[in-house]
Ligand binder design. Sequence first.
Ligand SMILES: Nc1ncnc2c1ncn2[C@@H]1O[C@H](COP(=O)(O)OP(=O)(O)OP(=O)(O)O)[C@@H](O)[C@H]1O
Ligand SMILES: [Mg+2]
Length: 355
Amino acid sequence: MPRPLLVTADPDALDDLLRLAAAAGVEVDVADDVPSSRRHWATAPIVVIGPDLIDPFARSRPDRRPKVVVLGRDLDDGSIWQRAVEMGAEQVVFLPDAEPWLIEAFADAVEGGGSDGLLVAVVGGRGGAGATTLSAALAITAVRRDLRTLLVDGDPFGGGIDLVFGGELAAGLRWPELGATRGRVPAAALAEALPTMADLSVLSWDRGDPAQLPVEAVQAVLGAARRNCDLVVVDLPRSLDEASREVLATATTAVLLVPAEVRATAAAARVASGVSLLCRDLRLVVRGPAPGGLLGADVERALGLPLVGELRPEPGLDLALERGEPPARRARSPLAVLCDRLLDDLLGTELRPVA
Ligand SMILES: Nc1ncnc2c1ncn2[C@@H]1O[C@H](COP(=O)(O)OP(=O)(O)OP(=O)(O)O)[C@@H](O)[C@H]1O
Ligand SMILES: [Mg+2]
């Protein structure tokens, strides 16, 4: 793991910087003078120079490198900008204002700031459509392809998606313990704190009182999850609360699952209009049986959404779910075949699993 380099002998500045690094979940190297900073100067992903060593640093004319940050002490000291430029620093920051910025910068430096995994939201067109089952099946199929995957329960009234895996006793955090989460969450720490079920990371609701999740908690948790995963699948309720709206607003794709029935299609039209306001890429999956012979293409036409797959009813699924045996464990089951196709569509041909 690369470590940020802190260069300071000032105990107050060091305390502050160590606290911020801990909040970002990163370990650091510390140098208390210019010569001892040389060892890590070229390799540290970010260097923060404390207020006590700005002058010695500027005089030492260090080799230019990106991501050098100067921690100022006195906002009225106009000369600090000049000295920062002389040593090739990119940024001058002051505490406490820059605390969130520094936490983010430390975490980005170690985890990488970017390439987020796909976020796919699954919604049922009517109650009991099979959205939770499809979410779990999609996540399980992704794991079979060696994609780093997280399954997220977005329905506080769903009884807990961990039950799909018979995992109610599995150790690890559930949503209620993450409700106070804010800001930048270290992705590795989140991954470690969540339970694993059927080789899959699962963030589930529990059987306590259902609660509204603050949007900030959803943002923080999903942000960390996407930095650490190729795919995050969220099982959403049909009536969109604030947390679900936040999920849809950041989702890459939403999948609407509609039973091949007239009334389900009518209900799904209402759901689709709400979802499509928030997520531009909304795709349709139609699930049989079709008691009146309604075809996938009929539902597609009625809803005006692209049909990405049809699902034959899966014999024995209800009993398996009742026993806590998750869906799509067999690679050739109708759910697994559909999910494979869905993943092909979602990932495109050029994307490959991360080793
Ligand atoms: N692919 C399928 N084949 C056969 N039966 C299914 C399938 N998917 C779901 N079911 C049946 O439908 C029931 C409800 O499924 P699920 O809980 O996934 O629906 P949901 O849309 O999440 O419901 P809710 O509206 O309560 O969130 C399951 O217990 C199972 O019996
Ligand atoms: Mg459900």
